[in-house]
Design a binder for this molecule. Structure first.
Ligand code: IPE
Ligand code: IPE
Ligand code: MG
Length: 262
């Protein structure tokens, strides 16, 4: 299919020194607050500030896509008052920050199942996406009521609705246009703050060949310095995509090579 970004399992992607796409699980807000004898929700509030700084840094560094996990399909299991605080915070963030994102040429996108959000939040999401649709500076994608399994199942259902004959059998390229983030390259670098080393149902499909980076730093304390450290780690990785080390062009690491072609 035309104009689709390459799939790492079908075509070896070109690798840039600065990751084109960074995906982050912003974890540790509750513990950050608890350490300060504050209610958990204060950690979420400070988490928005951390996000603001990371967006700005990515823009400065030339990252093209930043995708952040804000609320998982399993986070509804939390106490009702925390869930409701997060929904209100999300709405306020959309209302307050969108003009500034727009000024900075940032395109905002939201992925996840919106059906469970209230109308006001749905409208704010639509408005934010619509306002920033033509911006080309950085694509900021917020995953809200998102789950990697939901993403794949939703894509299969949508594909079969449009192409019932594919129930007989289909290929990766038939499915990929229906997945969230189908118009972005796959993440180069995945960061999880907060010390846990797990994916927690984030972009299961898209992370196939992403470099994983875990840090104990709690999300509200994550900023430019921590992002630089994560990118330094990324630049020392050898991305083989199934090949042997000897097969790589020049057999060099990314930070000596700048750009490695397939
Ligand atoms: C991540 O921080 C934010 C959301 C999941 C909404 P947590 O709230 O999970 O913080 P910890 O992991 O309990 O410290
Ligand atoms: C993952 O964090 C989801 C978000 C950061 C939005 P969680 O705190 O919900 O993950 P688990 O429960 O520790 O795996
Ligand atoms: Mg957590």
């Amino acid at each position: 299919m035309a104009n689709l970004p390459s799939s790492s399992t079908r075509i070896i992607p070109d690798i840039a020194r600065v990751p084109r796409h960074v995906a982050i699980i912003m974890d540790g807000n509750g513990r950050w607050a608890k350490q300060r004898f504050l209610p958990r929700v204060m950690g979420h509030q400070r988490g928005v500030e951390a996000l603001r700084e990371v967006v700005k840094s990515c823009r400065e560094l030339g990252v093209e896509y930043l995708t952040v996990f804000a609320f998982s399909s399993e986070n509804w299991r939390r106490p009702a008052d925390e869930v409701s605080f997060l929904m209100t915070l999300f709405l306020k963030m959309l209302e307050r920050e969108v003009a500034k994102l727009h000024e900075n040429d940032i395109r905002l996108k939201i992925i996840g199942d919106r059906s469970r959000f209230d109308d006001k939040l749905k409208q704010a999401m639509q408005h934010a996406e619509h306002l920033t649709v033509n911006n080309t500076g950085l694509v900021l994608t917020i995953a809200a009521n998102y789950g990697g399994r939901w993403d794949v199942m939703h894509a299969v259902q949508a594909m079969l609705r449009e192409h019932p004959q594919l129930a007989q059998g289909f290929a990766e390229e038939d499915l990929s246009p229906y997945l969230s983030m189908s118009d972005a390259p796959e993440p180069d670098l995945f960061i999880r703050t907060g010390g846990e080393q797990r994916i927690s149902n984030f972009m299961l499909w898209q992370l196939a060949y992403t470099e994983l980076y875990f840090t104990d730093v709690l999300w509200p304390a994550f900023g430019r310095k921590e992002l630089d450290t994560a990118i330094d780690s990324y630049q020392k990785r050898e991305r083989r995509f199934g090949r042997t080390s000897e097969q790589l062009p020049g057999n060099q690491l990314l930070d000596r090579q700048g750009k490695a072609n397939a």
